[in-house]
Design a protein around this ligand. Sequence first.
Ligand code: IMP
Ligand code: MG
Length: 172
Amino acid sequence: MSSQPKVLVTQDEIRQAVIKLAAEIRRDYQGKQLLLIGILKGSFVFMADLIRQLGLPVEVDFVKLSSYGAGKETSGKVKVVQGLKTPIKGRDVLVVEDIVDTGLTVSFMLDYLKKKKPASVKLCALTDKPSRHQVPVTIDYLGFTVPDKFIVGYGIDWNEKFRYLTNICFVD
Ligand code: IMP
Ligand code: MG
């Protein structure tokens, strides 16, 4: 592959999207004790920006899931690599994900959390590739719809590379 990433979404556009998403989430969870659960590792940069725009006293936890081998295609089998430590029974939970591709990861995650009987679970995703979905997914808060390209930057990697890029880019 030619590995020079090309800009798809600029850091200014990301910042505006985070402000807009934070405003929607703030409106919906005003007065609640929201727990954000990020899916590692790709969500960590988005999560860090989102919680600082929210202006709500949220708590944060992370779950590490894995479905990828070394390539650009999901293996289709999602595994819990590091499970949830925070009890969520009766709590309002918002899952934070970097990218919805086939939808298998977030749909696994939502099932995994629903078994723990939270009061509510919703999904916030920075990016979505709707043309790639294999299972139905409802994204409650979405930053960007992206084309069927391999995305990197702003926390998102290709083989652990490019997470540090400030823009959302794509590689061929
Ligand atoms: P899904 O299970 O196919 O929806 O894939 C979701 C996970 O695969 C995301 O959390 C990402 O970690 C990874 N992924 C999917 N598409 C991309 C991409 O374009 N770039 C980098 N990672 C991706
Ligand atoms: Mg991910």
